[in-house]
Design a protein around this ligand. Structure first.
Ligand code: NAD
Ligand SMILES: NCCCC=O
Ligand code: NA
Length: 504
């Protein structure tokens, strides 16, 4: 593998690389080697102040005509230029993503295609927005006519996690810019490198200054002041349920809207009529893809008791065959988890499960051939009860817990036995059964005969403690638009409610 140099960047504020006011930095750690491979700037409330000012200025510059009130077609040109640059720099960006967060290089490369595709998609929607303006309202009185304007919400704060460092950011940046908002992006301190490169791309394509600002730094020092800033009109957040709740609390004080994409503990239901090998592979992909660090991971397997022994036997064999290696090694299918903290957290889940009486069928330990790096062998845990931590809490690592069921009703009951409601999967050759289960699952996303494939066109988000609001698709654009009604009185007659004063 050729040496990868991580560019040294500053905060991106008002179109300029800007040193943090307090000159703080944070190390960039490669989770595969535990080495420090560079530093990111660490913003604090003073930098948040500057970024909010820059974003506000960009929103109102030239009375808004340069961005917020420009046509969607104008903004679409920038989005397409960004997409083209991402594609041009795909290999470099994928390398940086893999070295920063530990995901296999093949996955990081796939993410970069999704990033470019997301900008292209929202460029189309930005163009489409022009035609949707002034949509007429059908009113019951012919003395009135009305229409609807869709306007950008304003300055938005975008706070994102580390599992898809650039993609999760772009799910927010692309639609917010398409809508005409200006934005301040605060990526995760554990993996910010590619978001700073996105800033560089915005600079390269000449995005008007202040339209996108990137503040790297800690959640408490940079994220919290952004969330509570009175001049930020909306916060859109992806991350843990605990942080989401604290963001919502501070936003509530200012009656600031929020969209929250939070955690999950999603079920995958495998009925007894499936092709076992095919179902085994989707079960693995559902939980071990992205090193098991997907909010929508189907990490609770419910398998029909009639096939359970054969299914688990094969699942364990296939799982032991997963190539665990440095993300840059050819054919890697599982890299390290993102950080030391996360590594220790995953191991703790395993020991707690054991202590509570569960059986570890495989994995959950450091692979013998990897002495350094935050590697955990993918684990499968059976003999689980519904009161155990491993059943109830999100691990955000490669651990799958298993229960069996005997009837469809029991499977649905177990599937919905969670505070979360992000996703769910159902695998069966009986499509009517899949339909019934899809309707019964308490979740925002349901996969049938697969788990995890995700398309920019389809709405993404959860119910229950997994949050609210939808990203992606047309719903993703609506997140950043405010709806204004304009109602016009068109009669020649006076309104006639009050008596005119007598003419003396
Ligand atoms: N629903 C989804 O689409 C989705 C997608 C990816 C990840 N996730 C969830 O994200 C979590 C893992 O990500 P994480 O560990 O980065 O989550 P996290 O909540 O720790 O951090 C997310 C972001 O919030 C920031 N932050 C932390 N404390 C903050 C505060 N007090 N105020 C403002 N910002 C703050 C962090 O710096 C980071 O940028 C998991 O729970 C996972 O399920 C959800
Ligand atoms: N494929 C993207 C899934 C994002 C959530 O973690
Ligand atoms: Na890192």
């Amino acid at each position: 593998m050729a040496a990868i140099t991580v560019p040294r960047r500053q905060l991106f504020i008002g179109g300029q690389w800007t040193e943090p006011v307090r000159r703080k930095t944070l190390p960039i750690v490669n989770p595969a080697t535990e080495d420090i491979i560079g530093y990111i700037p660490a913003a604090t409330s003073e930098d948040v102040e500057l970024a909010v000012e820059a974003a506000r200025k960009a929103l109102t510059r030239n009375k808004g005509k340069d961005w917020a009130k420009a046509s969607g077609a104008v903004r679409a040109r920038y989005l397409r230029a960004i997409a083209a640059k991402v594609t041009e720099r795909k290999s470099e960006l994928a390398n940086l993503e893999a070295i920063d967060c530990g995901k296999p290089l093949d996955e990081a490369a796939w993410d970069m295609d999704d990033v470019a595709g997301c900008f292209e998609y929202y460029a189309d929607l930005a163009e489409g927005l022009d035609a949707k303006q002034k949509a007429p309202l059908s009113l019951p009185l012919d003395t009135f006519k009305g229409y609807v304007l869709k306007e950008p919400i304003g300055v938005v704060g975008l706070i994102t996690p580390w599992n898809y460092p650039l993609l999760m950011a772009v799910w927010k940046v692309a639609p917010s810019l398409a809508a005409g908002c200006t934005a301040i992006l605060k990526p995760s301190e554990l993996a910010s490198v590619t978001c700073l490169e996105l800033a560089d791309i915005c600079r390269e394509v000449g995005l008007p200054p202040g339209v996108l600002n990137v503040l790297t730094g800690l959640g408490t020092e940079a994220g919290a002041p952004l969330a509570s800033h009175p001049n930020v009109d909306k916060i859109v957040f992806t991350g843990s349920t605990a942080t989401g709740s604290s963001i919502m609390t501070s936003a509530a004080r200012l009656v600031k809207p929020v969209s929250l994409e939070l955690g999950g503990k999603s079920p995958i239901i495998v009925f007894d009529d499936v092709e076992i090998d095919k179902a085994v592979e989707w079960t693995m992909f559902g939980c071990f893809w992205t090193n098991g660090q997907i909010c929508s991971a189907t990490s609770r397997l419910l398998v029909h008791e009639r096939i359970a022994d054969e299914f688990l036997d094969k699942l364990v064999k296939w799982t032991k065959n997963i190539k665990i290696s440095d993300p840059f090694e050819e054919g890697c299918r599982l890299g390290p988890v993102v950080s030391k903290g996360q590594y220790e957290r995953v191991l703790k889940f395993i020991s707690n499960a054991r202590n509570e009486g569960a059986t570890v069928l495989c994995g959950g330990t450091r692979p013998e051939h990897l002495k350094k790096g935050y590697y955990v062998e993918p684990g499968i845990i059976s003999n689980v009860t519904t009161s155990m931590e491993i059943w109830r809490e999100e691990v955000f690592g490669p651990l799958l817990c298993v229960k069996t069921f005997s009837t469809e009703d029991e499977a649905i009951h177990l599937a919905n036995d969670s505070q979360y409601g992000l996703a769910g999967a159902v695998l069966s050759n009986d499509l009517e059964k899949c339909d019934r289960v899809s309707k019964a699952l308490e979740a925002g996303i349901v996969w049938v005969n697969c788990s995890q494939p995700c398309f920019t066109q389809a709405p993404w988000g959860g119910t229950k403690r997994s949050g609210f609001g939808r990203e992606l698709g047309e719903w993703g654009l609506e997140n950043y638009l405010s709806v204004k009604q304009v109602t016009q009185y068109i009669s020649d007659e006076p309104w006639g409610w009050y008596k005119p004063p007598s003419k003396l």
